[in-house]
Design a protein around this ligand. Structure first.
Ligand SMILES: CC(C)(COP(=O)(O)OP(=O)(O)OC[C@H]1O[C@@H](n2cnc3c(N)ncnc32)[C@H](O)[C@@H]1OP(=O)(O)O)[C@@H](O)C(=O)NCCC(=O)NCCS
Length: 176
C-alpha cells in the first residue's frame, strides 16, 4: 500500500474541500451506500464536507485520509465521537471510502487499522458501524476483527430505488 494516513484538522479539511468533494462524488457515483444517492451534485458534496468541517472544529469527529506520495487524497474514514455523557468511550466509524481508481491496494484496510489506533488514543474503545448487507466492505470489516451484530431490513434506499438491508458491526478495542 503506497499511501500515508494522516488525521486532518478542520482547517486542513476546509483547504481540501474540493478534493474531498470529488472523492465523495466518485464513490457515490460508483454505487456506494454511504448516505447519498447518485448522481451527487457538487453542491451537495460541498455542503456535506462543510458539516464535517464543523464537526471537526467542535471536536466531535475525527477525519483520517490516505494520501499518495504526491499528496492526492485516495480515501478517507471518519470517527464520529459520541458526545452524550454515557457514551464518551464509544465511536461510530463512518464513511469509509476509497476512490475507484485506488481500490484493492490495501488502502481501505489501512484506513480501518488506522482508525482503530486513533480511536484508542482518544479513549474510544467501543466502536460500531453499519454498511449495506452484502457489500464488499463486509469482508474487509470481518478481516480486521469486526463482529457482525445483525441486520435491519429495508434500511436504506439505493440509487436504483430498492430498500436495502444494512449490516451492523462492532469492535471492542484493547484499552491498553
Ligand atoms: C469498501 C472499500 C472502502 C474497500 O477499499 P479498498 O481500498 O479497495 O479495500 P482493500 O484493498 O483494503 O481490501 C481489503 C479487503 O476487503 C475485501 N474487498 C475489498 N473490496 C472488495 C471487492 N470489491 N470484492 C470483494 N472483496 C473486497 C477483500 O477481502 C480485500 O482483501 P484482498 O484484496 O486481500 O482480497 C471500497 O471498495 C469503497 O470505497 N467502497 C465504496 C464505499 C463503501 O462501500 N464504504 C463502506 C461502507 S460505509
Amino acid at each position: 500500500m503506497k499511501a500515508d494516513i494522516e488525521s486532518l484538522t478542520a482547517d486542513d479539511a476546509r483547504a481540501h474541500a474540493a478534493e474531498l468533494g470529488a472523492l465523495l462524488e466518485d464513490v457515490v457515483d460508483g454505487g456506494a451506500s454511504i448516505g447519498f444517492l447518485s448522481p451527487l451534485a457538487p453542491s451537495e458534496a460541498r455542503d456535506y464536507w462543510q458539516t464535517v468541517v464543523r464537526a471537526l472544529a467542535e471536536g466531535s469527529r475525527a477525519l483520517l485520509v490516505a494520501r499518495e506520495a504526491d499528496g492526492a487524497i485516495l480515501g478517507t474514514v471518519q470517527l464520529d465521537l459520541v458526545m452524550r455523557p454515557n457514551g464518551r468511550h464509544r465511536g461510530e466509524v463512518a464513511k469509509l471510502m476509497v476512490h475507484r481508481l485506488a481500490r484493492r491496494r490495501g488502502i481501505g484496510r489501512a484506513l480501518m487499522l488506522a482508525v482503530d489506533e486513533h480511536a484508542r488514543r482518544l479513549g474510544r474503545a467501543t466502536l460500531f458501524l453499519d454498511t449495506r448487507l452484502g457489500d464488499p466492505a463486509e469482508r474487509l470489516y470481518r478481516s480486521v476483527g469486526w463482529t457482525f451484530v445483525g441486520s435491519i431490513p429495508r434500511c436504506a434506499r439505493s440509487t436504483n430505488g430498492a430498500l436495502d438491508a444494512n449490516a451492523i458491526y462492532y469492535k471492542l478495542l484493547d484499552r491498553g
